[in-house]
Design a binder for this molecule. Sequence first.
Ligand code: NAP
Length: 173
Amino acid sequence: MRVSLYMAMSANGIIARENYDEDFLSHRNWEVFCKLAENIGCFIIGRKTYEVVKKWKDYNFDSVKAKKIVVSKNMNFELDSGYTPAKSPKDAISKASAMGFKKVLLTGGSGINSAFMKDGLVDEILLNIEPVVLGKGIRLFAEDNFDSRLKLINTRKLPKDIIQLHYKVKKSK
Ligand SMILES: NC(=O)c1ccc[n+]([C@@H]2O[C@H](COP(=O)([O-])OP(=O)(O)OC[C@H]3O[C@@H](n4cnc5c(N)ncnc54)[C@H](OP(=O)(O)O)[C@@H]3O)[C@@H](O)[C@H]2O)c1
């Protein structure tokens, strides 16, 4: 299974404010996410991201035409219909594999990104970098024990001064 991580962030690596708002990120990032998710056909999110996005008025995972997997240690956690629960990153990959996918999109937040990195499960990283810096907020990766080298595959300038970086994750062995 190939795992592609896609995230939008400030120039200093913030993906959301401390109160979970993403008001500093532009609509363009959501469009990129939807296109990627619908092309790949399946995306994985952490339980907190599922809960946060559910409350948004203007954006909604429900309308994205892709399979949706939510990772939580709590298997009693209730999900809306159309969402598949997984108890760990590896379980999420098994579920996507059982659905027939060979590639899956991982798309945050911070905690689940780190859990996948720690398990060595991420193959490529796509970052949309917004022209903004924030002194506080939730970072791209929550603190954890991993250390991964990347190879730069491509850079692209998108509208609204967004820079997209595309990296391959070098596997140590
Ligand atoms: N800018 C962007 O592109 C972007 C994209 C996505 C999300 N976000 C933002 O990110 C924020 C949420 O990030 P977050 O770090 O607080 O939460 P998160 O990563 O979305 O979810 C964390 C939860 O995932 C589950 N989890 C993590 N590691 C696990 C493991 N190894 N095994 C099983 N379950 C595991 C746990 O759920 P349980 O506690 O239920 O066990 C954990 O509490 C939100 O504000 C959201 O808006 C931004």
